[in-house]
Design a protein around this ligand. Structure first.
Ligand code: ADP
Ligand code: MG
Length: 541
């Protein structure tokens, strides 16, 4: 089978497929003896680029040649680039290197890989999504689709334990991000009139700067200070090699503490061997505040969906292996917590979705029996799911509000974050002035649900300050040419349509029936046109 699901994570990535029985399985990373690949790239020299655990081992000693957390940069308009040995790498190219490593895992084990589904956080906007897709294509993969990480996690959970009409809170604590998502699984009818299980995202929340790394940092400091105490040194006297030694052992110690009550760490402190013992209790005491901080994000998300509505809490992400997390979530949602391979669930769900898309499994379960003679949960379910995505952002045009004493260029938020896709909205506007030769219709993306916002460029296309909390971005511009002598009362009907692949913007001159349209996939860089008064106005007279 050549269809795979890929969890391209901030700190760890994972690749899965369905086995011959239709059950999801992860492709092992034998080199690192792990189910995942560290999303870390080390540019050793012009001829050697290393991805995975070996790259991670150079963070302290060779940090300026190591790239990690690149997912935070991907698809950001002002994202940085990386320079090594005279070559410049974009976040898309770095991500492609990680994807290539995953592809190589499959090939090294004799598999072939063609079609893939890659997962993205539910809050990723169009630019981040299309950049992720580009990274896949650059790695030589055919990207069938992207799927939201919590949706994938819910899919893999339901393939295991099917229940109708469930509201699931996905608590995904990874290495560098914490995502809280409420998804609803419900029965619905598809276009053909068949019953299907529909998955919708009801609410998203979390913190893109909270994750296992925070626990690592605390443990690192604890061990560093313990090493100082043991050897009568100050932290400044600790050599870089010793720091790297601690750094590379911290994560292992943390993982040990998920299984055992204490962990022994042996560190070479400036040449002298030192043994530090950390107990689980010590570890929990030094990190209790981070557990509480994460729970505050759960509470904030539950302001959008009442806690009573939650049937199941699904623990996802490698950091939920820590008993302190499971205990805290259990205390809040007694009897509702589920945890199954938390570091693999997202990739497995993506594999199930990929198979749904190519209908391999659907064809199998229609007639043939599987090699064990019975069809698996996954098989029975995959042909019955439909994933209903919601708009990851809000969208709207920039128009001039002439109702006040002073003209004001505003963003009218047509389509709000969380609407069912495809989302369509139409409104009629008018040229700002008589005899205008053209109209420059700008499309914006943001994370606010307010009806109007300040756009990130002014009327003339110059950058302007907007509330950073709203993440307002310019997606593109549509030029609408007007015939000579067009009066300022000519209605121009503007339509925005958002679906999973992008934003379609259309403007119709209702006097001439001329239609102008553009499709914003957002991967192209936009040269903002700087020119005065070519705008549309909101009707006021
Ligand atoms: P991502 O952040 O890329 O989504 P994961 O969900 O795999 O990645 O989470 C990675 C984090 O989980 C890392 O911080 C890692 O140290 C942590 N982790 C993995 N296994 C364990 C474990 N057994 N105990 C504690 N933490 C773990
Ligand atoms: Mg993850």
């Amino acid at each position: 089978m050549s269809t795979y699901g890929i969890d391209l994570g901030t700190t760890y990535s994972c690749i899965a497929r369905l086995d011959s029985n239709g059950n999801p399985e992860v492709i092992r990373n034998n080199e690192d003896d792990s189910n995942t690949v560290a999303s870390v790239v080390f540019f050793e020299n012009a001829n050697n680029v290393v991805v995975g655990q070996a790259a991670k081992e150079n963070v302290e000693t060779d940090g300026d040649r190591v790239v990690q957390f690149v997912k935070r940069e991907i698809g950001k308009r002002d994202s940085r680039t990386y320079e090594f040995d005279g070559k410049t790498y974009t976040p898309v190219e770095i991500s492609a290197l990680i994807l290539t490593r995953l592809k190589n895992l499959v090939e090294a084990q004799g598999g072939t890989i063609e079609d893939v589904v890659i997962t993205v956080p539910a809050y990723f906007g169009l630019e981040e999504r299309s950049a992720t897709r580009q990274a896949g294509e650059l790695a030589g993969l055919h990207v069938l689709s992207l799927i939201n990480e919590p949706t994938a996690a819910a899919l893999s959970y339901c393939a295991r334990q099917f229940q109708e009409d469930r509201t699931i809170l996905v608590y995904d604590l990874g290495g560098g991000t914490f995502d809280v998502t409420v998804v609803k699984m419900s029965m619905a009818q598809n276009d053909a009139g068949n019953d299907v299980q529909k998955i919708t995202v009801l609410a998203t929340g979390g913190d893109d700067r909270l994750g296992g790394k925070d626990w690592d940092d605390r443990l690192y400091n604890y061990i560093l200070h313990a090493c100082c105490d043991e050897n009568g040194l100050t932290p400044e006297e600790i050599e870089a090699e010793t720091r790297q030694d601690i750094r590379s052992k911290v994560e292992e110690a943390k993982r040990k503490l998920s299984k055992k009550q204490s962990a022994k760490v042996r560190i070479d402190v400036n040449g002298s061997r030192t043994e530090i013992v950390v107990t689980r209790k010590d570890f929990e005491n030094m990190t209790g505040d981070i557990v509480a901080k994460a729970m505050n994000f759960v509470d904030a998300t539950l302001e959008k969906v009442p806690a009573e509505a939650i049937d199941t809490v699904l623990l996802v992400g490698g950091s939920t292996y820590m008993p302190m997390i499971k205990n805290a979530v259990e205390a809040k949602f007694p009897g509702k917590v589920q945890q199954h391979d938390p570091d693999q669930a997202v990739a497995k769900g993506a594999a199930i979705y990929a198979s749904m898309l190519v209908e391999e499994v659907g064809a199998l379960s229609d007639g043939e029996e599987t090699s064990t003679g019975e069809s698996s949960h996954a098989e029975q379910l995959t042909s019955k799911f439909t994933v209903e995505d919601q708009t990851p952002r809000s969208f709207g045009p920039g128009v001039v509000d002439t109702t006040g004493a002073k003209h004001k260029y505003v963003l009218e938020n047509f389509i709000k974050i969380g609407e069912k896709m495809p989302a369509v909205f139409t409104k009629t506007y008018y040229p700002l002035e008589d005899n205008q030769e053209r109209v420059l219709l700008r499309a914006f993306e943001n994370r606010s649900t307010d009806d109007t916002l300040i756009p990130c460029v002014d009327e003339d296309g110059n950058p302007q300050a907007t509330d950073p909390a709203h993440y307002v971005k310019l997606l593109g511009e549509l030029v609408v040419n007007l015939p000579p002598n067009t009066s300022r009362d000519t209605p121009i009907k503007v339509t925005f349509k958002v679906d999973a692949s992008g934003v379609h913007v259309e403007a119709v001159n209702t006097k001439t029936n001329e239609t102008f349209e553009t499709f914003l996939r957002t991967e192209s860089d936009i040269d903002v046109e700087r020119s005065a008064v070519h705008q549309l106005r909101i009707s006021s007279d």
